[in-house]
Each structure stands twice: as C-alpha cells, then as structure tokens.
Design a protein around this ligand. Structure first.
Ligand code: MN
Length: 239
C-alpha cells in the first residue's frame, strides 16, 4: 500500500470516528497533509463526515485550490486547514469541529484546562479565537486565507484553539493524534462543566500536563484508534 493510499483510508476512518463519537455532526471536517507533497493537503468534498467515502477526498494546495475537483464542491472553511499547514510544518492532520461541550468555553471567558490525565494533550490552557476582533461582524465561518492565518496564529505552537460562538480547531502529528485530542477535548470540556458545578477544581499542573503529553505515544493512540474505528464499522490499518 502506498503512503497516499494509507492516508486516504485513515481520513475516511477519521471522519467516521469523529461522527460516531459525537465530535462532528453534519458539519465539521478532518484533513491530512499530503504524504508525498507537504505543500498540498487532503480533505473531503463538502459532505457530512459520517457519509464520506474515499472518492470524496480531494487534494488541495495550501491556499485552498482543488487540484482535480471533478464537480466535488469544497468545504467553505477549508482555509483553516491550509493556513495551519502553512504555519506548522510539524502538523500532519487538522480537525475542525463544532463539538458541543467546548462551545460554552468560547463564549464565557471561563478557560478550558485539563483536569483529567487523558485530556492533557489539549495543552495547559486552550486559547479562544474571536473572529470579531479582527474581522468584525461576519458569519463566523473561516471563509478565506486571511481568517485562516489569523486563527493559525492563535493556535501558535499549541494543539488546539476554540473559536468563539463556533467550535474548535485541533492539530496533530498524525490523523490518529488529531482525532485523539479532538475526542478528549470534548470529554474534558464536559467534565469541567460538571466539576465546576460541584466546587473548585484542582486542574492538572503544567508539570503534570508536560509529563503526560510526553507519554502519549503511538501505542496510546493506536489503542484508542482500534476501538473507535471498530465501533464506527471500520478496520484499523497497520501503521
Ligand atoms: Mn465550522
């Protein structure tokens, strides 16, 4: 199997997992950097993630131009992906979602921080991108490279940023890594809301977060991936 075949199959599985785990619904998307050309990325045509098949996946240049569109209409917000790949050579996958439990943290000023070891990969504290700051009244959708680059700047060297009144963007070193962080970002947000109702939270310390992140190896990612993939009716490919 070629590296490209592998990544295309990973992307189909990632879409099905994210839908099955409730991280995306009819909207949201996941991309991968092209394994043979770092200046291109792979992303489905505009379609609900649960329905995506391999033939839906289109190759794009970093500025969001399709290489061979063949009538496959693109996601309006594909600029999120290209802008992140442009800014972050270490990133090989990007998830954009409207994961429900993260939304309150984007609109209240309450910071989303890890309180569970499995959530350490979301970083010490999740920043919030507000499209209003630079772009004023918009539809909130990241509809061009200027918006994508502004979001990528806020993500910085980190794993994720929330988007005010909209959702989240998550990056990873692989498709499996980005999916892992996305799932546990939702889990962590839900738990933080529950814990806040009970009292003062003792969050993970920055030192704990760093130690846990260093331990999130492919072994960890693969264990979760196999389970989520099979639950979504997909087999796990040998990495
Ligand atoms: Mn969106």
């Amino acid at each position: 199997m070629s590296k490209l075949d592998f990544v295309l199959e990973e992307l189909v599985t990632a879409n099905r997992i994210l839908a099955n785990e409730g991280i995306v619904d009819s909207f949201g998307h996941v991309s991968a950097r092209h394994p043979d050309n770092p200046q291109h990325y792979l992303l489905s045509r505009a379609r609900a993630p649960e329905r995506i098949e391999r033939g839906d996946i289109v190759e794009y240049t970093l500025d969001g131009t399709a290489i061979d569109e063949r009538g496959r209409a693109p996601y309006l917000e594909r600029f999120i992906h290209g802008a992140i790949y442009e800014a972050r050579p270490d990133v090989h996958a990007v998830v954009h979602n409207h994961s429900p439990s993260v939304i309150p943290f984007g609109v209240t000023g309450t910071k989303l921080k890890p309180l569970l070891h499995m959530c350490a990969s979301c970083g010490h504290e999740v920043p919030v991108w507000d499209s209003q700051d630079k772009f004023g009244d918009t539809t909130l959708l990241v509809s061009d490279m200027a918006m994508g680059r502004d979001l990528a700047k806020l993500v910085g060297a980190g794993p994720t940023a929330l988007m005010r009144g909209h959702g989240a963007t998550v990056v990873g070193r692989s498709v499996r890594h980005a999916v892992f962080i996305s799932v546990y970002l939702e889990v962590g947000a839900k738990l933080q809301m529950q814990a806040m109702a009970m009292g003062e939270i003792k969050f993970l310390t920055p030192g704990e977060v760093d130690k846990i992140v260093a331990r999130v190896t492919d072994y960890t990612l693969n264990r979760a991936w196999e389970n989520w993939a099979r639950r979504a009716g997909r087999d796990m490919q040998a990495a």
